[in-house]
Write a protein that binds this ligand. Structure first.
Ligand code: PLP
Length: 437
């Protein structure tokens, strides 16, 4: 099935195949993050040699229009000159000091400016670390244990969050991961995304135990699923009324769907926010921030311990600052929005013409689609999608030099380098892919 889909690729993939074989000898599954392995779609993962603008080029010299963009981290596209210059200049001065730099304060100040609910920020090295640290802080601040999360939302791979965690976990078919103890998972309550009544029920049953509700305000890790009208406002109301904290995990949406993330788009002020991806401009980064009274509990200002050798790394700070400054230029978010919308509307149109049922959507610089004949509002409805059909479509696109995320349960992204011409070419590839798959 999925494995045979690529039996007749129109592109040579010999070098990728050889590198993948060698990688599997020394790296588990040959990759350093599961979804890269193409398990959801079959075939050989492409080993990438370089990227520029909207394109990536693999080791067999195939060039693809890239809609993964390092899983959303590159809203300027690959190797943007401003980012390359910032990183190069910083590298010449040193790559890490283990002592504070001005860059950290500059990026923190910029984040507090674009996200008014974030008064203070602590930088870490990944989104996983940001979430793990925010949960510790929430538990310390409330002196409660239970965290409420939503099915299909991914918050990194900290033990307590590997419960109904979407994307990579969904693609691999692992409901939970071995190695996560009952103890670690038992303080996590998982509810259906977009179900405010489920949240109401859990607060009425266990309100006094709940430290925080954590949510991807726009879900991107079960495919793109938008919050229902009133869902986020309802979470804000219920958490405030019950003395629990509201955590927006904006690792994916922060500075991508709008400068101030989903919290700007929906006008909701969470107590804590987690960030990553865009704010590091393609270098390893994470951050958590929020109300000053909460953030002052973090060491050394307060007793909640959290630290990191490479936290606030100057290369990552320089890349993040350069990225955020480019995005501050007039028209940047409008351009991302227009490209995403054109792709979502365009793929829906191609599908309609081909008589194929899909659900497509877009928000800011994110877009996505499901091979699904009903509305997708949560993980249960997302899982009804036709994943075999997605795999065929994915490979037809890949053969047409369009690189989508290799899983039905991932969002797609655009960058400022995805101009009208790139979008038009992509839609032509989609049109042919529907005919072939
Ligand atoms: N939270 C969300 C919403 C994410 O999308 C991700 C990664 O995709 C994470 C957390 C984990 O971030 P990282 O992969 O940097 O650990």
């Amino acid at each position: 099935m999925a494995g045979s889909i690529e039996a007749t690729p129109t592109r040579t993939t010999q070098r990728s195949a050889a590198l993948f074989a060698e990688a599997q000898r020394v790296i588990p599954g040959g990759v350093n993050s599961p979804v890269r392995a193409f398990h959801g779609v079959g075939g050989t993962p492409r080993f990438i040699a370089r990227g520029y603008g909207a394109y990536i080029v693999d080791v067999d010299n195939n060039e693809y229009l890239d809609y993964v963009l390092s899983w959303g981290a590159l809203p300027l596209g690959h190797a943007h000159p401003a980012v390359v210059e910032a990183i190069t200049k910083q590298a010449e001065r040193g790559t890490s000091y283990g002592a504070p730099t001005e860059l950290e304060t500059e990026l923190a100040a910029l984040i507090t400016e674009v996200m008014p609910a974030v008064a203070m920020v602590r930088f870490v090295s990944s989104g996983t670390e940001a979430v793990m640290s925010a949960l510790r802080l929430a538990r310390a601040a409330t002196e409660r244990s239970v965290i409420v999360k939503f099915e299909g939302c991914y918050h990194g791979h900290a033990d307590s969050m590997l419960v109904s965690a979407g994307s990579g976990v969904a693609t691999l078919g692992l409901p939970d991961s071995p190695g996560v103890t009952h103890g670690a998972a038992s303080d996590t309550v998982t509810l259906p995304f977009n179900s405010l009544s489920a949240v109401e029920r859990v607060f009425s049953d266990r309100g006094g135990e709940i430290a925080a509700v954590i949510v991807e305000p726009i879900a991107g890790n079960m495919g793109l699923v938008l919050p229902a009208h009133g869902f986020l406002a309802g979470l804000r109301r219920l958490t405030s009324a019950n003395g629990a904290l509201l955590i927006f995990d904006e690792v994916m949406t922060g500075a991508r769907v709008a400068r101030g993330g989903a919290q700007e788009l929906y006008g909701i002020a969470p107590d804590l926010t987690t960030l990553g991806k865009v704010i590091g401009g393609g270098l390893p980064v994470g951050a958590y921030g929020g109300r000053a009274d909460l953030m002052r509990l973090v060491a050394p200002a307060g007793p909640v311990y959290q630290a990191g050798t490479l936290s606030g790394n100057p290369l990552a700070m320089a890349a993040g600052l350069a990225t955020m400054r480019e995005l501050a230029k007039p028209g940047a978010y409008e351009a991302l929005r227009v490209a995403s919308r054109a792709l979502a509307d365009g793929i829906a149109d191609c599908a309609r013409r081909a008589g194929v049922a899909i659900q497509a959507g877009a928000v800011g610089g994110m877009w996505g689609f499901f091979f699904n004949d009903g509305p997708v509002i949560d993980y249960t409805s997302a899982k009804r999608s036709d994943t075999a059909r997605f795999a065929r479509f994915f490979h037809a696109c890949l053969n047409g030099d369009v690189y989508l995320a290799p899983s039905q349960f991932e969002a797609c992204f655009v960058s400022l380098a995805h101009d009208a011409d790139a979008v038009a070419r992509t839609l032509e590839v989609f049109r042919r892919a529907f005919e072939q798959s």
